[in-house]
Design a protein around this ligand. Structure first.
Ligand code: ZN
Length: 323
């Protein structure tokens, strides 16, 4: 039982779970529980911890319409809106306090709104599941490469997180031990003793069929890797490894004109983008500041930007497996 949703063998049940309170009533997220005919572990599947990242709920809906409950062992708990406040505001941040919810874990039951929400989400997810898959995309402001993100610090749950990441179908895997991601839900879920990961794809204020396919496949593949569905995940022949990402910010305002795409390999000095003012002059040229990287995400092309806006996430290339 989670909120008003009660799981039942061989059924998909639904309800709402309370995550906080508006001035006039509860902050609710829709929750669905798919329970297989057979016993097994519980997977926590979550979307919209960043409000505009709607590839997540759409791919969960697709998974639930196509999964065969006779073949499923255990339960998949689907929290459709990890941040209902951000979802209603179509905002990556919690509009009421301006925090990025996925940077304030483990949260604080007596802290700001986002901190209390983080505390509630971590408690709910660790209490009700054995593993977590957190679905992301670039939302409205950025476009993200297809990658997975996890916290493998050498513990059994860290190693299992990486094994799950390699099963998703994404060729890009990023073991994040970085300080900048130390406040993420997946980091603290794994520190809580259970495996977890993020899968990213797409954004730019649109949902492409490829992005939907990738996140839906990741859900099925993680279920297979966890022994919850029969069969082996189909995985890429080679993985590109990442880490130590930098978040490059513009120093001039204008229109953003990228020269590279999400997922591209880039090298030091490479011309990555121009920023053009309203007179048509190039006011800033962005060059790659690191030796070897791949483009984790870009600002949505042609967007008006301020100085200080993040325009690139560059993920350091840590080699290939197999080399
Ligand atoms: Zn996100």
């Amino acid at each position: 039982m989670i909120g008003t949703a009660r799981s039942a063998k061989g059924q998909i049940t639904r309800g709402h779970v309370e995550l906080g309170s508006y001035p006039d009533g509860p902050v609710l997220s829709p929750v669905l529980i798919a329970q297989g005919e057979k016993d097994g572990p519980t997977l926590w599947l979550q979307a919209c911890i960043h409000g505009p990242e709607v590839v997540g709920p759409l791919s969960i809906q697709r998974f639930l319409r196509t999964v065969d409950l006779k073949q499923l062992s255990g339960r998949v708990v689907c929290l459709m809106l990890a941040n209902p406040l951000g979802f209603r505001g179509y905002n990556r941040l919690t509009p009421q306090d301006g925090y990025n919810l996925n940077r304030v874990f483990p949260g604080d039951p007596n802290g700001h709104l986002s901190y209390q929400l983080a505390h509630r989400l971590l408690d709910l997810s660790l209490t009700h599941s054995d593993a977590m898959l957190d679905l992301h995309s670039g939302g409205d402001l950025t476009i993200t490469c297809h990658y997975t993100l996890f916290h493998n610090n050498g513990t059994p749950e860290g190693l299992e997180s990486e094994r799950m990441a390699r099963a998703t179908g994404s060729p890009n895997i990023w073991n994040s031990l970085e300080e900048g991601l130390s406040g993420c839900h997946f980091t603290h879920y794994t520190k809580g003793g259970k495996p977890s990961l993020i899968v990213e794809s797409g954004g730019g204020a649109r949902v492409t069929p490829e992005d939907l396919d990738r996140l839906t496949l990741a859900i099925f593949n993680v279920c297979k890797a966890r022994g919850m569905l029969p069969g082996e995940p189909v995985v890429p022949a080679r993985f590109r490894l990442g880490g130590d990402a930098i978040h490059h910010k513009a120093t001039h305002g204008g229109l953003f004109i990228p020269k590279v795409a999400p997922g591209d390999d880039v090298v030091k000095g490479q011309h990555l983008a121009d920023i053009v003012d309203l007179f048509g002059d190039v006011v800033e040229t962005v060059h790659c500041p690191v030796d070897k990287a791949w483009v984790g995400s870009i600002r949505r092309p042609h967007m008006p930007i301020y100085n200080g806006d993040q325009v690139f996430e560059l993920v350091g290339t840590k080699g290939y497996d197999p080399a």
